[in-house]
Design a protein around this ligand. Structure first.
Ligand SMILES: [Ca+2]
Length: 232
């Protein structure tokens, strides 16, 4: 057997012919190109899909959540005597809230003047505190002002945040859809129940005279909101 002989088992003639065949080469080239294009397309498509999924997971969809505001107010006028401490209770019932509204915050303003009519009577001292009740609210929020005092008859402003995160200003949010974005703003139960303010009076009298009481007005504003979301 000489080295030039090729056994029938290793007959490459057909393959050689195929490679030599220009038409077949073109066909093969086209097929390979199509496969490459399909692979590239699939890869790009998967990359886009992956990006989309990541966007949804990371909450890449941005929304603007704004609030329609309504208020419910209470007013109570009391006359207190020197040294007296009095608790005023204001009841916020779930059924008092308009449809779709939640309680965002509760503000109390304590006002008084000097009404004794005595000559040169200095303003009295008033202290006011929001008493922690079993109302569901953000009792430890840094934006709360739960106590205050005045000795020059300026108003005392108190505020309790009831719904988490509510300031009255619209906020940015991320989420897949409106439903998901609004969920944190639709929790029920915050800000309903009893809101209590404790007021204390210490009169200041002019020399040789006795100022023994004062009229104090407590205004309570229950700030209610209805959220809505628009994509940005
Ligand atoms: Ca006085």
């Amino acid at each position: 057997m000489s080295g030039k002989e090729v056994s029938p088992e290793f007959d490459f003639t057909a393959f050689t012919e195929l490679l030599d065949d220009r038409a077949s080469n073109i066909t093969m080239g086209v097929v390979l190109t199509i496969v490459a294009v399909v692979l590239t397309y699939t890869t790009v498509d998967l990359a886009n899909l992956n990006e989309e999924v990541r966007g949804l997971v990371d909450g890449d969809n941005n929304w603007d959540v704004s609030f329609e505001i309504q208020s419910m107010t209470f007013q109570e006028t009391i006359v207190m005597v020197d040294g007296e401490q009095r608790q005023l209770d204001f009841d916020v019932d779930q059924s008092d809230l308009p449809e779709g509204f939640r309680v965002g915050q509760i503000r109390a303003t304590v006002s008084y003047g000097e009404t004794s009519g005595l000559p040169a009577d200095p303003a009295d001292s008033v202290a006011a505190n929001v008493l922690q009740t079993d109302m569901q609210a953000q009792w430890n929020d840094n934006n709360n002002t739960l106590s205050g005092s005045s000795n020059d008859a300026t108003d005392i402003e108190l505020i309790l945040r009831t719904h988490p995160g509510f300031t009255g200003q619209s906020v940015n949010a991320t989420g897949i859809n409106e439903y998901q974005v609004l969920q944190p703003w639709l929790i029920e139960g915050f800000g309903t129940g009893t809101f209590s303010v404790v007021v204390e009076l210490n009169t200041q009298s002019p020399p040789f005279l006795n100022d023994s009481d004062e009229e104090i007005v407590v205004n309570v504003e229950v700030v209610m909101f209805k959220p809505s979301a628009t994509p940005t």
